[in-house]
Design a protein around this ligand. Structure first.
Ligand SMILES: Cc1ncc(COP(=O)(O)O)c(C=O)c1O
Length: 426
């Protein structure tokens, strides 16, 4: 039995969220429960009592337990998990460690998050590989997404079968649009063609159930600070043992080892764990709060209850907003795209001919500053959408507020011919 109020607005007080704000953008930065903040301070305080004992011994012992618990959560072995600060660091660790040959090809979904797309551009520039984009224009069925990858692989092989496609990078749930990608089927496809699969699951843990041994990606990264309710600066990198010898952390530390000197797999895994276990001296409190975040989620009724509440609310809330806006949600016939984020087309026709950069800035600022609510606005396939996140602290009344706000913002924006704005980053 939950010791908290039931899901919805009543649960908002369990978070530090501003009372007069309607938060519908959990997907961007997450937020962690009120009860975890003092625990975090307590970990920071503990680290001051006897720093040597804390950093040389305690933190490693504690995080080994956390990895054991997380391994049960995502169905893998604890030594296949590394805890790091964020998804960007995880993706960097993988792609900057792998040795590519000039000309090698890497498939990248067109929907990759900007930081990941830029990381891949860096690999292209620094290692002279060829990035091959797989265009995903939604709404697509799962079959169409898999076919888009398969067709691209076949086309590239037909061009020159001697140039290998070394890796494919795709999302579990993409950022914009916020849609579930059939990553399990894509991993299988990669295996058929002997292509390494790197899955950006930044939005996955806590939003969808994960069974990493079952799906068996070559690399999978997921942010605990998005949908798992941990403080910011906590993510997981899953690497099956077969790939431990391929990667090092993106910041090399005291534990660096040339894996080719190891005589057996267990030795590589031990070295891998040491390297990823010490990112250099830092504040480990966000990692140390993962346990408390998992406890919090259990106290709400557990994963199934949380995930089905968020999924149902996203669907209902999205339909409600779309019907008020006279638009539609971005969904396919099988309804596989929406999980806890729903993408609703904005009732905006850009009568004032604003450039995209100004529209994006105006949408963020007007929703936030004038209407005290926010989702994540984005443009896809020529249309502007609002990605709305459903969390345990949201209910339908939040989507109603968003619907009203959206009508007003879009009406204002359609009458605007230039927008400079105030925020530093739009
Ligand atoms: C799909 C996706 N990948 C990666 C990231 C980067 O996450 P972080 O900034 O925590 O590294 C995000 C952030 O929103 C994301 O949405």
């Amino acid at each position: 039995m939950s010791k908290h109020p039931t899901f919805g607005r009543a649960l908002r007080s369990e978070f530090l969220l501003q009372e007069d704000f309607v938060p519908l953008n959990h997907g961007s930065f997450g937020t962690c429960p009120r009860s975890i903040h003092p625990l975090r301070s307590e970990w920071q305080r503990k680290s001051e009592l006897n720093p040597d004992h804390f950093f040389r011994h305690f933190v490693h012992l504690q995080l080994a337990k956390t990895r054991e618990r997380l391994a049960r959560f995502v169905h893998c072995d604890a030594d296949e998990l590394a805890i790091l600060i964020n998804a960007t660091a995880g993706i960097n660790a993988v792609v900057r460690s792998l040795k590519f040959k000039p000309g090698d090809k890497i498939l990248c979904a067109s929907t990759l998050y900007n930081a990941i797309e830029r990381t891949m551009a860096f690999i292209q520039d620094s290692q002279n590989v060829q990035l091959v984009k797989v265009d995903l224009v939604y709404p697509l069925s799962d079959r169409q997404v898999v076919d888009a990858f398969k067709d691209t692989i076949e086309r590239e092989r037909a061009k020159d079968s001697n140039v290998p496609i070394r890796m494919a990078v795709f999302d579990a749930i993409s950022s914009v649009p916020g849609v579930r990608c059939p990553f399990e089927a894509l991993i299988k496809l990669c295996k058929e063609y002997e292509i390494l699969s790197l899955v950006d699951g930044a939005h996955a843990i806590g939003q969808i159930p994960l069974d990493l041994h079952e799906s068996d990606p070559d690399f999978f990264i997921t942010n605990c600070h998005k949908w798992l309710h941990t403080p910011r600066g906590a993510a997981l990198l899953y690497t099956p043992r077969r790939n431990h010898s391929l990667i090092h952390p993106s910041i090399i530390n005291y534990a660096y080892k040339d894996y080719s000197q190891c005589s057996e797999e267990a030795e590589v895994t031990a070295a891998y764990q040491l390297e990823f276990g010490w990112p250099g001296t830092m504040d480990f409190s966000s990692f140390l709060c993962i346990d408390a975040a998992l406890d919090f989620r259990e106290s709400l009724g557990g994963e199934e209850a949380i995930q089905s509440y968020c999924n149902e609310l996203a669907r209902r809330g999205g339909e409600l907003v779309a019907s008020k806006w006279g638009t539609e949600i971005l969904e396919n016939e099988d309804k596989t795209l929406t999980v806890a984020m729903v993408n609703v087309r904005l009732p905006f026709s850009n009568k004032g001919n604003l450039p995209d950069r100004q529209i994006s800035k105006a949408l963020l600022e007007k929703f936030n500053d004038e209407h005290h609510t926010l989702g994540q606005p984005f443009k896809h396939n020529g249309h502007w959408y609002m990605r709305l996140s459903a969390q345990v602290y949201n209910d339908e009344s939040d989507f109603e507020h968003m619907a009203q706000a959206g009508l007003k913002v879009c009406q204002d924006l359609d009458a605007t011919t230039s927008y400079q704005g105030k925020w530093t980053i739009g």
